[in-house]
Design a protein around this ligand. Structure first.
Ligand code: UT7
Length: 363
């Protein structure tokens, strides 16, 4: 469905903790090997939070990076959506804490949860708020700290995940629309295949009885998720392309959720995409859940793999089960790279004149 106002993607950003845990480090924790992890997953290392780091802290850093990329002042942000399944608290939401920390005093803020597909769901929601004319500037963040929910004695799961955050800035535009289509799916029947039961209210006396170890940690049927993912990625990309009225062959890049290099390769082959069209940084960061797509995308832009203009399929899958894709037309230039003051002014002016409609509804 074509929305009356276009959503322009004007910024992307990312953040990871400083501490790096290599495959060799994991060899000291569980019965595994660098060789097994590299060949079965493609992961070589991951970033893991220290005791004093939080989801909010990472989200704030990624938000700052995306805001600086777009060149906006945080005071013009109308809405902050944080996709996370590992928030600092049940409430206040991570989004509210980000709002305070970055000085987005005019912004509404809420968290949403769709596990590793969260950033795709959040982009779709942000686009709807812009498309309906409700808001002009939306900050969308994906952040997860799975390391706090991993059983570090379980080699089936602890080798896969890393911590991180990624963010996008969406702005209303009368002349340009960068989110060409989205496609979201869920299948709760597969919920048991990937879960973190605690902290939840399904267990009586959750506040007084310590949770059983089995409920405290991430649980996963790896094989089943693998098979689900290699089908879900091509299905979501094809369906989103159909909604955008483009053929998958017209895509320049595939930016998949970074879970396993074998999943990415198998799904890309089904879509007929070449190696150089695949955006991946899984080897450096592991699976960062809701953060993985913007983290990979920001990295690809920094490395010069993705340059504007490019048509990209962002595609996620994960717990819920959830999956989905967004077809985006990337045209933005990093404000920090604009060399002259005149160029910077021109970009700022363009952003201010992008949308001359009514002000945000909460003003
Ligand atoms: O955001 C979504 C999150 N989850 C995923 O994306 C997970 C998707 N699934 C996968 O990535 C893969 O299924 C895994 C990487 C988890 C596992 O790879 P696999 O090729 O499916 O291996 P497997 O589970 O079939 O296990 C093969 C063997 C088993 O040993 P036996 O029973 O054949 O003797 C495992 O016990 O590998 C063993 N194994 C390991 N060995 C060394 C499992 N984990 C490890 C390990 N190191 N870390």
């Amino acid at each position: 469905m074509k929305l009356p106002v276009g959503a322009k993607l004007t910024g992307v950003g990312a953040a990871v903790p400083h501490r790096i845990v290599t495959n060799a480090d994991l060899e000291n924790l569980v019965d595994t090997s660098d060789e097994w992890i590299t060949t079965r997953t493609g992961i070589r290392q991951r970033h893991v939070v220290s005791d004093n780091e939080t989801a909010t802290g990472l989200a704030v850093e990624a938000a700052g990076d995306a805001v600086a990329f777009s060149g906006i002042d945080p005071s013009i942000i109308d809405l902050i959506i944080v996709a996370t399944s590992t928030p600092d608290n049940l409430y206040p939401s991570t989004a509210c804490m980000v709002q305070a920390a970055i000085g987005a005093s005019a912004a509404a803020a809420f968290d949403m949860e769709a596990a590793c597909s969260g950033i795709i769901y959040a982009l779709a929601v942000g686009q709807q708020f812009i498309g309906s004319g409700t808001y002009k500037t939306v900050l969308v963040i994906g952040v997860d700290i799975h390391s706090r929910f991993l059983n570090w004695e379980d080699r089936n799961t602890c080798i896969l995940f890393g911590d991180g955050a990624g963010a996008f800035v969406l702005q209303a535009s009368e002349s340009e629309n960068n989110i060409l289509a989205t496609y979201l799916r869920a299948d709760g029947k597969g919920g048991h295949l990937l879960s973190i039961p605690n902290p939840g209210t399904a267990y009586p006396h959750a506040g007084t009885t310590p949770p059983k170890a089995a409920h405290r940690f991430l649980q996963m049927n790896g094989r089943a998720i693998y098979e689900f993912a290699v089908n879900a990625i091509p299905e979501a990309v094809r369906a989103a392309c159909a909604r955008a009225s483009i053929r998958p062959e017209e895509l320049d890049f595939l930016v998949p959720h970074q879970a396993n290099q074998r999943i990415i390769k198998a799904a890309a082959e089904r879509l007929g995409m070449r190696k150089e069209q695949i955006v991946s940084n899984l080897d450096q960061y592991g699976n960062t859940s809701a953060a993985s797509i913007p983290l990979a995308f920001a990295d690809a832009i920094r490395r010069g793999q993705v340059t504007p203009p490019s048509t990209c399929a962002l595609v996620g899958f994960g717990g819920g089960l959830t999956w989905g894709a967004a077809i985006v037309r990337w045209t933005a230039v990093d404000s920090r790279k604009l060399s002259t003051v005149t160029e910077q002014r021109e970009k700022q002016q363009l952003q201010e004149t992008n949308y001359q409609g009514e002000g945000a509804s909460h003003e």
